[in-house]
Structures are given as structure tokens and as C-alpha cells.
Design a protein around this ligand. Structure first.
Ligand SMILES: [Zn+2]
Length: 113
């Protein structure tokens, strides 16, 4: 298993403003991770593009740390209908239920195994 840090760039076409988001993935190789990113559900917004700006291999420790940090940013797990738990895949309609749900996890433990 390999671990990757992916920098995603979200930009509004023509508007000139964009922001970057770091996401963490694991997979058998870089190609499988890239195809996973392509399959990610995302908010459908007109005139908005999301592109992979950078992808780099990281250690398992960096991955665990990155995922634990990411859990504190619910917007990273935003899907069309609400928020999706990156650990069990359960969906929540509102952010509060999502936050309460992921709080139960010990991130360092969950992502190490
Ligand atoms: Zn869950």
C-alpha cells in the first residue's frame, strides 16, 4: 500500500480566484489514486473546475496525521447530498451530525489499520 498527498485546486473559470485543498489517499499505486480522485463526488457548481495540482508519495505516518487533520474540516467530505464519513461511508444531511459522528473515531487508530 502506498500513501499520497494530493493538492487539489478549485478555481472559478474566468474569475481568477482559486483555492487549494490538500487531500490524503492510499492505494496500490499513483494511477489507482488518480482514478479514485476522478471518481470523487463533488459539489456541482457551474463554472467551477477542480484539478489535481500536485501529487506526491508520503509516509504512512504523514497519511495518518493528514487524515486526522482533515477530519476537522467537514467541508472536505462534502458530497452532493450532505457529508460522507471517510471511514465508514455513512452519509449525513447536516454538518452537525457528521461532526458528532466522526468525533467518535480515534483517527490515529482508524487510519493506521
Ligand atoms: Zn463513519
Amino acid at each position: 500500500m502506498q500513501y499520497f498527498e494530493v493538492v487539489l485546486e478549485n478555481g472559478h473559470i474566468g474569475a481568477g480566484n482559486s483555492y487549494e485543498a490538500k487531500r490524503y489517499f492510499k492505494g496500490s499505486d499513483m494511477l489507482s489514486v488518480i482514478s479514485k480522485i476522478r471518481g470523487l463526488p463533488r459539489i456541482k457548481k457551474r463554472h467551477t473546475i477542480e484539478a489535481v495540482k500536485e501529487i506526491r508519495p508520503i509516509t504512512k505516518e504523514e497519511y495518518v496525521k493528514g487524515m486526522a487533520e482533515a477530519l476537522k474540516n467537514p467541508h472536505l467530505f462534502r458530497v452532493w447530498s450532505g457529508y460522507r464519513c471517510p471511514i465508514c461511508g455513512k452519509c449525513f444531511n447536516d454538518i452537525l451530525s457528521f461532526v458528532r459522528h466522526v468525533e467518535k473515531y480515534d483517527a490515529a487508530f482508524v487510519f493506521t489499520n
